[in-house]
Design a protein around this ligand. Sequence first.
Ligand SMILES: C[S@@+](CC[C@H](N)C(=O)[O-])C[C@H]1O[C@@H](n2cnc3c(N)ncnc32)[C@H](O)[C@@H]1O
Length: 481
Amino acid sequence: MEALPDAVLRELREALRRAGYGDEIADEAESLAYGMIDAVRRPVIAWRLRKVGTPAALATLLFLHAGRLERRAASALLGPGLLPALLGAGLLADADGGVVSRFRLTPLQGLLFLHDPFEGGPETAMGPGITTVALARLLPPSPGAVLDVGCGAGTLALLAAARGARRAVGVDLSERAVALARVNARLNGLAAEFRAGDLLAPVRGERFDLLLSQPPYVVAPPGLAPTTYLHGGTRGDELALRFAAAFPEALAEGGRAALFFDLPKAAEPVHRRVRRALGGARVSLAVLTGAGPSSELSAMAYATLEDPAIGPRYAEAVLRYREHIEAVAPAGFVRALAVLERPAAGAAGFEAALEVGHFDGVDAAALSRWLAGLALVAGPEEALRAAAVRPAPGARLTVTRRLDADTPPTRALRFAEKALPRDFELSEAGEALLEALAVAGSVAEAEGLFAEACGRSPEAVRATVTGFVRDGLGRAALAPA
Ligand SMILES: C[S@@+](CC[C@H](N)C(=O)[O-])C[C@H]1O[C@@H](n2cnc3c(N)ncnc32)[C@H](O)[C@@H]1O
């Protein structure tokens, strides 16, 4: 694969662009029987793509859904020169008079990523998945120096490079992943560095503005051969916590690291578990948690990677997974996005946690607003009072009145289901305070307006005002203007 000349990779990119192969057709195919295990839904997806029959649909069949194309169709799609080159390089293989792809080629955000199928065995180099896309949302529009830790096919580093990151680097324990990531850099004509090694060893002593990582976090049942991209340890979260512990040393001042992983549900909150793993590192920590995958569906999905044909090995593996999950995560899993930040010199650190309905609404802007709010909460009171604070973007003030005249109306700042901020219940006084904050140039000024509206002195309402602001910033319902 590494031997593929740049000219062939360029030709491949061009042929697929001409075919109209990209995010749109890939998402459309993905939406068919969405959420079902690939082994089960693949035949109907293939049926549909063949029926559509456009070059984009045939490319999706060949490169995303493990379909076979007749040689003539493959030649028409790729061109008569490119087809033998891809067969010669082992990217495509002959199968029953047609051709199949030995790799996946996933389009994402205008780029193409060559990677192994998920069920490719212990050395699989992982390409973009739903959780990769969740991390990609955390890339700001103009990234500084970005490090993709456990880069797999290089997706996050290359997305950063495509946005003009000052520097984009990917590291991975797997030599195969690093080799594929380098091919992907050439395939997309992007400059990013990829280095092989354990955790941060390949970038020792270097500092980055943003670290993004999706460590392997799947539970490893005894007796199943562990897969590097998948298994995180007996409990599943061991490797993720080891990754977290290593990250502070690679953060530039003001730098941020985000790790996305699953953990067993437990009485101890996730942020405490992550903080324990961090030891004495001087970093702020903010953890978003959401619903983890179901124990049954996880066992089924991971067992199909052992036996994609869903034969007898599947039947054995699924129970081995399920029993193991029962032993290490009897209450199921929680999904976490742990964000570490190295505070700027002299700034106060913070630790916070928030439960979100969905990770889809967590993007770089929403996360930055929340973290800026948390920094204000943790800082000196004068700084909080000097800041202008407003309802977070997307907030709707709702007042719900009951028909029953005796029940007082309920008020809340509400947000879209997938937004990061949480709904914020308000008292009548809270609504008045919100109005004051919305027009004031600072919390101190809002305090004056609110005091006047209540007929009290600013000193008398100070604790109420700052308490309200701290609470709202903590829940991301309010944000620094
Ligand atoms: C879940 S995959 C994520 C791949 C890619 N970042 C993505 O999001 O699509 C985890 C990656 O971590 C790598 N990995 C596992 N153990 C590692 C270690 N000790 N040091 C560095 N990378 C490691 C695996 O090889 C794999 O590529």
